[in-house]
Design a protein around this ligand. Sequence first.
Ligand SMILES: *[C@@H]1O[C@H](CO)[C@@H](O)[C@H](O)[C@H]1NC(C)=O
Ligand SMILES: *[C@@H]1O[C@H](CO)[C@@H](O)[C@H](O)[C@H]1NC(C)=O
Ligand SMILES: *[C@@H]1O[C@H](CO)[C@@H](O)[C@H](O)[C@H]1NC(C)=O
Ligand SMILES: *[C@@H]1O[C@H](CO)[C@@H](O)[C@H](O)[C@H]1NC(C)=O
Ligand SMILES: *[C@@H]1O[C@H](CO)[C@@H](O)[C@H](O)[C@H]1NC(C)=O
Ligand SMILES: *[C@@H]1O[C@H](CO)[C@@H](O)[C@H](O)[C@H]1NC(C)=O
Ligand SMILES: *[C@@H]1O[C@H](CO)[C@@H](O)[C@H](O)[C@H]1NC(C)=O
Ligand SMILES: *[C@@H]1O[C@H](CO)[C@@H](O)[C@H](O)[C@H]1NC(C)=O
Length: 537
Amino acid sequence: MLLLLCSGICHLLILVFSSTNSSNSVLLQTFSLTTLDKRNGTSDSVASDYVNDLRSWVASLNASLYTGEWQNTFSFIYSNGGSSPPGVTDENNSYVMVLPFSKTEEKAFNDLAEDDKLSLLTLYEFLDVMVRFDGATCLQPLTEHKRADHELHQEKLYNQMKDSLESSWCRFITKKWSLHIKNTGPVLNTRLESKTSTNGSSPNKFSFSDFANGILIVYQVCNIAQGPFVMRGDVFHRIGGLHNGFGRMALLEFFVRSKGELKIAKLSNCSWTHEIARVDRGTLEGSNDVTEYAAFGNKFNILRIVTNNRIEWTTCVSNWKLCPEKPYVKPTELSSVAAPICCGIVLFQMLKDITWALTQLGVDYRVIYGTLLGAVRSQTVIPWTCDVDIALTKADYGNSSTYSSIAELLRTKGSHYYLGISYMGMPRGHMLMAPYIEVDTTLFFDGPDDLEGNNLLFSSDIEEAIQGMLPVSSGWRERRYVDFYISPSVWLNGSALAVINNEQFVTLKDIDYELTNWYGKDYLQPAHRGEWFGCLD
Ligand SMILES: *[C@@H]1O[C@H](CO)[C@@H](O)[C@H](O)[C@H]1NC(C)=O
Ligand SMILES: *[C@@H]1O[C@H](CO)[C@@H](O)[C@H](O)[C@H]1NC(C)=O
Ligand SMILES: *[C@@H]1O[C@H](CO)[C@@H](O)[C@H](O)[C@H]1NC(C)=O
Ligand SMILES: *[C@@H]1O[C@H](CO)[C@@H](O)[C@H](O)[C@H]1NC(C)=O
Ligand SMILES: *[C@@H]1O[C@H](CO)[C@@H](O)[C@H](O)[C@H]1NC(C)=O
Ligand SMILES: *[C@@H]1O[C@H](CO)[C@@H](O)[C@H](O)[C@H]1NC(C)=O
Ligand SMILES: *[C@@H]1O[C@H](CO)[C@@H](O)[C@H](O)[C@H]1NC(C)=O
Ligand SMILES: *[C@@H]1O[C@H](CO)[C@@H](O)[C@H](O)[C@H]1NC(C)=O
């Protein structure tokens, strides 16, 4: 009967159930490096059935849903600074619903999905009573809709609920130049009776039937929300509202600005739909301003963002100690997993993504210049190079739909790129996401409640590696890019394969002739060992 006493006990349960392996020497078994951006609100979701089940229990909400005046106390704030209804100014007696996507049309409350209306009402009812909370949010969209089991054992049901709560962000801190976000936080429950009798701090006795009947509400106490959230208008405005120019980082930028002082309740009996949890770049959508991650890193001196399942960097590194000119080998030691990501790896990911898309589209390409030189000299991307060089036929090069098709195709795969004319009339490709490593980060923390992280996150090697990376430069060259060139017809007469990091790419037939032509007969001799920072064309 583990679950009957909540508050203190629930907290203990978390410790037991997610106990971690704190042995530092453990090698990571499953690990992949990727630069896919999954920050679209879905990646951390865990399927759960009890929420569906609860929906039937709240059918009674429907009455107040369609009659209540409460809807008028909400304004919607979009990531591009828009709001609906426009110009809402009553900051004292209102709630804002903050959304991670831009306002593109006048969306009224009635345009929301039924489930989102219910969620909004649930949050409203919660905040109306729980006056010590600044805001509240629901669970991330559920990825599966399994049939709920009414006969589910109480303990199992409770664990499902706890798992759901712990599958999205809850608490963050910044430590040195690192931002740590975890899904941990005390799980409490309350009966929403009246403003005076309940403030959530008293340990209520957990009653399954009260929970099942929607009388008892279980929530996690957080200082950050992942995805949409509701907040008291005055608190939201006091912190300064949403700021433009941070793209996908807009909501995170708001929370970091709040310094972790907000009290946000994450409720277990409501969840957002995908429609409302989608993420875009806000004011930057469709623009060639590619420095949003750098802008975020620069503003707060943040280099690294550590979450449950990945470590992300707001900039890449190209120093020769960390980034040798050798084929890439996935790091397995924890210490290297937590270290900065080399720009060569970022360039390689861009090369892979874009040539994949070109191949899918049936567009002929050749890998040329420095990218070919790296392939021949060391079978990798030269670590301190700025770009990847790709030649296209004159027709494809001059066809703007080549670039939009590549971007669109990659977007369907979850990779975000800007492709188009971005500098001096040159077509370029830029990655609109920060490089990251997918890894279970529990081993970096001493238990589920530890937000600081252990020595592995701040080893002397890592501290040395990040020397000089701050402040994060917002120059677009530092983000690396793909350059496109027009292929002379002779380059298109035949082809060969170049091997880069054990993968094959199409290149020119007369490799030695072309490299000698571009770089002289000593092209195999590295001309530079590379700077600590910056890059060379
Ligand atoms: C911790 O790691 C050790 C060494 O790899 C392993 O033998 C052990 O099973 C792990 N324990 C847990 C609880 O994962
Ligand atoms: C709420 O009531 C309306 C009108 O009776 C109905 O159309 C709608 O399906 C109901 N929604 C829910 C979530 O029960
Ligand atoms: C909000 O409250 C403050 C202080 O009570 C008051 O000065 C201000 O006029 C109020 N704002 C609105 C829009 O009512
Ligand atoms: C509400 O919280 C305060 C501390 O903020 C506490 O002193 C008080 O006892 C709580 N009230 C109830 C009814 O739990
Ligand atoms: C969640 O629980 C609260 C508290 O009883 C209730 O008011 C609300 O209607 C519930 N919402 C949903 C979506 O289950
Ligand atoms: C979110 O990402 C997943 C894969 O990570 C993808 O299947 C889904 O379509 C994306 N959703 C949106 C709204 O971009
Ligand atoms: C440009 O490319 C699109 C396909 O991406 C193709 O349909 C179109 O015919 C091309 N235009 C020219 C002028 O080649
Ligand atoms: C293409 O290359 C072949 C040799 O591989 C050569 O015989 C031919 O003349 C070339 N054609 C053109 C148009 O350059």
